[in-house]
Design a protein around this ligand. Structure first.
Ligand SMILES: NC(=O)c1ccc[n+]([C@@H]2O[C@H](COP(=O)([O-])OP(=O)(O)OC[C@H]3O[C@@H](n4cnc5c(N)ncnc54)[C@H](OP(=O)(O)O)[C@@H]3O)[C@@H](O)[C@H]2O)c1
Ligand SMILES: [Zn+2]
Ligand SMILES: [Zn+2]
Length: 369
């Protein structure tokens, strides 16, 4: 089908029930190979909560986008390059691909290393359609044997990094690193709060610490306190079911909050009370309700606080993050699953068992379990 000696095969969802252990192994047709594309033999792929919210249709119906091969924390070996590979990529290199696999590469934002905010729309690594080359072809993600796409979005993995540990950095790590840098973590934002200690949250703690910030973790329960401290957090706030009560005495203690939780019913006034004047509350978690809780205008006005959001990370930001991770020996806390057991791994991730990121290992391709 794909005109190569290998086949493009992966674990596909055919409907929302796929998250309950019903992904099916199928062969599919990737995009047509363009001269700036590469093919990757996939070794590792992290499981991100976005994979689940996409498959469950929690973020909206997929309609003609079924079947869906998700996974956007991909690391693998380059097995094919065209005549114009980007990022200095050669056959045999170990590279990673995150949540974005294409953009127009021409607009103002693409030219400013902000491809994730491309004015002509970004193509997601799955559940997307290519519009620059192979127009209209569907994108397929990393719960698979091979990946094909534009080399501009493939990031060389520094040799010092364990490729399995690098995989979840491509989405989970980058998504928190990007706003941490944008809002000055460790510089003007000395005190940083991370809401939710999951895949993104655990990177939020270690990366903010690596950038020189003093970190406070804000979590549902006391269960993860020791882990938060081991990751570098200096403070731990337990919300229970009454955030206002939990935050008494901690008002105006933070300069920046990164919210990785996708809880649907957060008491925003209480969270914003934690910020100093001028502080930023940046949402990266995406509640499936499609809205965030009400924010009283007076909370914003009297507090001089700002609420914003942030989408994944650009290729340049991913490179910068991998350098910080390599230089400062930041560890990813991962648990490996054979990719063949993806139908057990996804339900276990949904049950909240990951500490803190599950990584699927493609043993047939040489991934190490
Ligand atoms: N903006 C972006 O570009 C971007 C990129 C990637 C992912 N995301 C989104 O970011 C969110 C987090 O992803 P993740 O992979 O880190 O997920 P995760 O590993 O499941 O972690 C989410 C954490 O949120 C906390 N939480 C609080 N209330 C919750 C609730 N009702 N249900 C589930 N978790 C709750 C939990 O931490 P505690 O136990 O500590 O409270 C949990 O560990 C998801 O919504 C995902 O889709 C956004
Ligand atoms: Zn993701
Ligand atoms: Zn663009």
């Amino acid at each position: 089908m794909s005109n190569t000696e290998y086949k493009f095969e992966g674990w596909a969802g055919f409907g929302p029930e796929s998250i309950e252990g019903n992904l099916k192994f199928i062969e599919y047709e990737p995009k047509q190979f363009a001269e700036d594309d590469i093919d990757i033999k996939i070794l590792y792929c992290g499981i991100c909560a976005s994979d689940v919210s996409t498959l469950s249709e929690g973020w909206g119906e997929l309609k003609d986008m079924w079947p869906q091969v998700v996974g956007h924390e991909i690391v693998g070996e380059v097995v094919r390059v065209g005549s114009s590979p980007k990022n200095g990529i050669k056959k045999g290199d170990i590279v990673g691909v995150g949540a974005q696999c294409d953009s127009c590469l021409q607009c103002h934002y693409c030219n400013k290393d902000m491809e994730n905010y491309c004015s002509n729309g970004m193509t997601g690594t799955y559940n997307g359609k290519f519009s620059r080359t192979s127009k209209g072809s569907k994108s397929y993600g990393g719960y698979a044997n091979y990946w094909r796409g534009p080399s501009h979005f493939a990031i060389p993995i520094p040799k010092e990094l364990d490729p399995a540990e690098a995989a979840p950095l491509l989405c989970g790590g980058g998504t928190v690193f990007s706003p941490l840098v944008q809002y000055g973590a460790g510089k003007e934002a000395k005190n940083v709060g991370i809401i939710g200690l999951g895949g993104l949250g655990h990177f939020g703690v270690s990366l903010a610490t690596a950038l020189g910030a003093e970190v406070t973790v804000i979590s549902h329960s006391a269960r993860k306190q020791k882990d938060a401290e081991d990751l570098g957090a200096k403070h731990f706030l337990i919300t229970g079911d009454d955030e206002a009560k939990a935050f008494k005495g901690h008002e105006r203690s933070l300069d920046l909050i990164i919210c990785t939780s996708n809880a649907p019913d957060m008491n925003m006034s209480a969270y914003l009370s934690l910020l100093r004047p001028g502080g930023n509350f940046i949402l990266v978690g995406v509640p499936e309700t499609g809205k965030i809780a009400d924010i009283p205008p007076m909370t914003l006005i009297f507090g001089n606080v700002h609420v914003g959001g942030s989408l994944i990370a650009s290729p340049q930001t991913l490179k910068d993050m991998l350098q910080v991770v390599a230089d400062q020996k930041v560890k990813s806390w991962i648990q490996k699953w054979p990719m063949s057991k993806v139908n057990e791994a996804v339900p276990s991730m949904i049950a909240g068992n990951a500490r803190y990121r599950y990584v699927l290992v493609n043993e047939e391709n040489g991934g190490n379990l």
